[in-house]
Design a protein around this ligand. Structure first.
Ligand SMILES: Nc1ncnc2c1ncn2[C@@H]1O[C@H](COP(=O)(O)OP(=O)(O)OP(=O)(O)O)[C@@H](O)[C@H]1O
Length: 593
């Protein structure tokens, strides 16, 4: 998968096709009845609105010359009634269509979010998270106008147009045909600007996405930015990114506004033309009343046409966003359960790597043939230099990535043949950077097992020595922590996620640098507490501090994607190889300090 950065425009994998609109209709369909009802109401409204000029014609040509005062009152009453009907219908339409529009948006957003949860790590590795966010939030929002107003407007405007043309034909066929002369000109303009408009909106969506990605990245990295006083450089980059957004916005809007003035100009020209032609035709079958009414209809004729033009604009804009939204919905998880895959069931915890080859970008560079076997209850420690492949090995046990070749078996079953859910359910994973969600400490530990009682949560916290620091907090377990746990120290976050992993009561426990930020005293107490708990679990421990893994059943020394030494602590020391050297250097450092 290609990688993307905040200042790189995302390329669309698929060109726009009408299927995107069809897919949008799938979301509109459940509201079919309400939409039909609204359309009917709007038809009544536009019918009532359109009767105006005809009533004026009637008054000028019939009632005023005949001095028919009651007749004039009647026409005025009908007009007033028509206006009231229009007002009521409009109010109803705005309310109901906003509701429908927002419901559709909510459904699209729900599907996107659900889909995002299923996507594999590789998807998140390959792009800035701000670019994902912008699709779920901003792009979906951009559909709001189209869904709330566009569709209904289109139908009612088409209807209005037909009724107006009907009235115009009833008044005068020749004038009607003359009035239509501006129509092909407008169609030509729309055709000419269509492609430029679509490209401009696509470009705008890219620049919006880039800006969002940069803001997201900057907020995440704010501490580093301030520590390295990079503020002014960041400001410069932001100005560049937001400047690009501004220019693409201006361009898109400039092209969009080519349409409106064109419609205005054509309508003014047509009206002037009809005035000239109409006046010269007065007496020749054209009355003053009918000319005034006709001009009224021509003005009305261009309004729905302009609205249809606007709808067209809205569709073009929405397409730029829709294709991005559906592109993300079509993104396939790279790691999936096979349709025939079965439930792994309760496992004992035997883990076996057989010649596992793996690379993040599909190549074979990261792991170059890993072989080992862990029996149920074993504690396997992985040590080695930074970047040697330790985290990669343990992340493959949970099948966060699929391997290129070889096999990984749990209780003699290839993990590719079981459902991902049943596999991951057996794992308690503590990642290198423990993540804390916004909520209470209790909620955060309970994340490991949602149905755990408070007492179980507290017992898990006690087992991992997290209880002392939690109890000291003013609100104890009910203390609110914010996203990523910025109110807690790194060591405290590690203890919480330790308790979370333990609460899940997994058969396989993966601890990736789980205790690196915990002080030695707490760590020793924690290890004592964990000994009994780890007893019937298979655990994988990655640690740079060798003192923490001396009791491991087996230690694997990883270098450059290979296991180059393995054995117990004592065996490896006796070998006087890499592990011994590492141990000696740590011991030396300790003695010196
Ligand atoms: N998501 C990723 N995408 C691409 N390459 C990655 C990814 N994660 C890790 N790598 C690369 O894979 C190699 C092994 O990384 P890994 O995280 O497994 O090392 P490690 O031994 O756990 O290192 P450390 O001790 O620093 O945690 C490194 O060269 C790293 O650059």
């Amino acid at each position: 998968m290609a990688r993307n950065k905040f200042d790189v425009d995302e390329e669309l994998d698929t060109p726009f096709s009408i299927t995107h609109l069809k897919r949008l209709f799938v979301y509109i369909k459940p509201y079919k009845k309400k939409i039909i009802l609204t359309v009917l109401i709007m038809l009544i409204a536009s019918g009532a609105n359109l009767i105006g000029p005809y009533l004026i014609k009637q008054a000028i040509d019939e009632e005023i010359p005949g001095k028919d005062i009651p007749g004039l009152f009647l026409l005025s009453a009908i007009y007033l009634f028509a206006l009231i009907i229009t007002g009521i219908c409009m109010k109803y339409r705005i309310r109901i269509m906003s509701q429908i529009g927002q419901s559709i948006i909510q459904n699209i957003r729900k599907d996107l979010f659900t889909h995002l949860q299923s996507l594999s790590f590789s998807f998140y590795d390959s792009r800035p998270h701000g670019k994902i966010l912008v699709r779920v939030v901003n792009y979906v929002n951009s559909l709001s106008d189209l869904l709330s107003n566009g569709l209904i407007n289109l139908i009612t405007d088409m209807f209005s147009l037909a009724v107006i043309i009907g009235f115009m034909l009833v008044i005068d066929v020749k004038l009607t045909l003359l009035a239509m002369l501006g129509f092909p000109v407008l169609a030509g303009i729309i055709f000419l600007i269509k492609n430029a408009q679509r490209k401009a909106w696509q470009d705008l969506s890219n620049k919006q996405s880039n800006m969002n990605a940069y803001i997201h990245e900057s907020i995440n990295g704010i501490k580093v930015t301030q520590a390295f006083t990079r503020e002014s450089e960041n400001k410069r980059i932001f100005q560049e990114v937001s400047g690009e957004y501004r220019s693409s916005w201006m361009k898109a809007v400039y092209i969009q506004f080519l349409l409106w003035p064109s419609i205005e100009n054509i309508s003014v020209l047509t009206v002037s033309f009809i005035y000239v032609m109409g006046i010269s035709m007065i007496g020749d079958g054209v009355t003053v009343g009918s000319l005034i009414a006709f001009i009224g209809y021509i003005w009305m004729f261009w309004t729905p046409l302009a609205n249809i033009g606007n709808f067209y604009n809205a569709i073009i804009n929405a397409m730029a966003y829709l294709e991005r939204i559906f592109e993300m919905m079509d993104e396939k998880p790279t790691v999936t359960s096979d349709p025939e895959s079965k439930d792994l069931g309760m496992i004992k915890g035997k883990v076996e790597f057989d010649d596992v080859v793996f690379g993040y970008e599909g190549e074979d560079r990261t792991l170059k043939g890993i072989n080992f076997k862990a029996n149920p209850g074993d504690t396997i420690a992985l040590v080695g230099a930074t970047g040697s492949g330790k985290t990669t090995i343990v992340s493959l046990i949970s099948r966060f990535y699929d391997i290129n070749s070889g096999s990984i078996k749990i209780d003699d079953v290839d993990i590719k043949t079981v459902t991902i859910h049943s596999l991951r359910k057996q794992m308690g994973v503590m990642l290198q950077d423990p993540f804390i969600f916004s909520g209470t400490i209790m909620d955060n530990i309970r994340y490991g097992r949602l149905d755990a009682a408070d007492e179980e949560v507290i017992a898990a916290a006690k087992a991992v020595q997290a209880d002392p620091f939690i109890s000291e907090l003013k609100d104890g377990y009910q203390t609110e922590v914010n996203e990523r746990g910025t109110r807690l120290s790194t060591g405290q976050r590690q203890l919480i996620s330790f308790a979370r992993a333990l609460l899940a009561d997994p058969k396989i426990l993966i601890l990736d640098e789980a205790t690196s930020s915990i002080d030695t005293e707490t760590e020793l107490a924690l290890q004592r507490g964990l000994e009994t708990l780890l007893a019937d679990r298979t655990s994988f421990i990655i640690a740079h501090r060798l003192s923490t893994i001396q009791n491991a059943t087996r230690i694997l020394f990883i270098e450059n994607g290979r296991i180059i030494e393995e054995g117990t602590h004592q065996e490896l020391l006796n070998q006087k190889g890499h592990y011994w050297k590492l141990h000696k250097s740590q011991h030396h450092t300790l003695e010196v300090s």
